[in-house]
Design a protein around this ligand. Sequence first.
Ligand SMILES: [Zn+2]
Length: 505
Amino acid sequence: MPLPGRLRKFFAFASLSLLLLVPFAPLLSGPPAKQASRVIVGAQVADGTGGPLRRANVRLTGDRITRVGNFRPRAGEPVVAADGLVLAPGFIDIHNHSSEGLAKDPLAESQISQGITTVILGADGESPWPIGEFVEKNRQAPAALNLAVLVGHATVRRKVMGDDYRRAARPEEIAEMCKLVEQGMREGAIGLSSGLEYEVGGYATTEEMVALARVAARFGGFYMTHIRDEADRMLEALREAIAIGEQARIPVEISHIKMGTVGVWGKAAEAIRLIEEARGRGVDVTADCYPYDAWASTITVLVPNKHYDDPASVERALADVGGAANVLLTECPKHRDYEFRTLEEIAKSQRISPVELFIQIVKDGEAGVVCRSMKDEDIRAFYQQPWVMVASDGGIGLRHPRAAGTFPKVLGRYVREQNWLSLPEAIRKMTSLPVQRLRWSDRGVLRAGMRADLVLFNPATVLDHSTFSHPGTLPEGIEKVLTNGVLVWDAGRATGARPGRVLGR
Ligand SMILES: [Zn+2]
């Protein structure tokens, strides 16, 4: 691999030049120019800790917050009037699928318009590769928001096993995967992700996951997992995730926690109890949850036993999600006319059964679906746990309303309209809670000394507008967003600035 060497050389060169420059800088340029400052005046500050809102002025100098309190701006210092608005740390989306989207759309309007200033990429076991190349590319061509990346388990599994992945890996293959995880961590990844419900990752044993997670743990990373089953065997899958954390001694983040089938509806309390017990004995488990009663994935995910052409299995799968009317086709390259219609509607118009239709669609290739198979009472129970954070599982161009609506939806619907949680608590779930999982010390809380990732929003109007048929419609009420002290979103549009950074461990 030529890249790591090249990277090492680059970093060595960069730090050497810094060493040389720093002591002489004053000689070359005189005393450093004072960095421009600004004050945001009159906002209600939600500082990310969950503490009550308080009215305060906030001074920004360069990319930092330098003062918070009841002080007056200096003469001539620019001010931003923020009366009636809430100022919070920028939102951190720990599960975001924009790694490809950012290359085409670095302004990331659908993300920054929600108040997101940092996205964690490489979720569900799929990551860019090599990590070092991805990191370097994003350093060279930054986006409007910050990013960090996980090593994907399926990505390294595929590298080692090729197309022969439908089996348990041999010890030497696991050893080879461990080397790749190590390479990814050395090149800047912040942890390991898995998607054990999916094709490539799903054939891994628990032992394989423990071995790989141990490597990530050695580098101070965490393990983020789309667990093996989000349906009838959800609790079993949760136990496995906890066991991996316990055996590998690594913090665990359960991705998009949900009760996804008729058989487990209303049983969130059991999942919560399992996690509470694990936390009680010292396993560092947290979870994230998106605010929608429907998931989006590939159509094959519906059939847990992977017998996609077996009518009985398919029939059972459709019944488990409450029927074919709950399955909306969102992307079907072979049959564009199926898109944004339910399996039930399409079957009716074709005069075949939904089961026959399903089998035919899979035979013709993959398809994307949105499946309405969760209950509000479960979502609410999860959101009320202090260890559950808000994450979108969305990203640029994803065909699900969570891609453009997640954070404003929590603020507008769960906080303002339904009173599920308080505003400061919701903000904590979007800021300092994910940061705690990421172990970053300079973001996620609004306080002097922290990086100036900020969002200014109107608590009376903030609301999502994306829907299942129009998943890309932008939200309202997010007035201004700053990344590293630079305004990236203002009055309903991207400013064009791209001050985002690649963040590490
Ligand atoms: Zn997932």
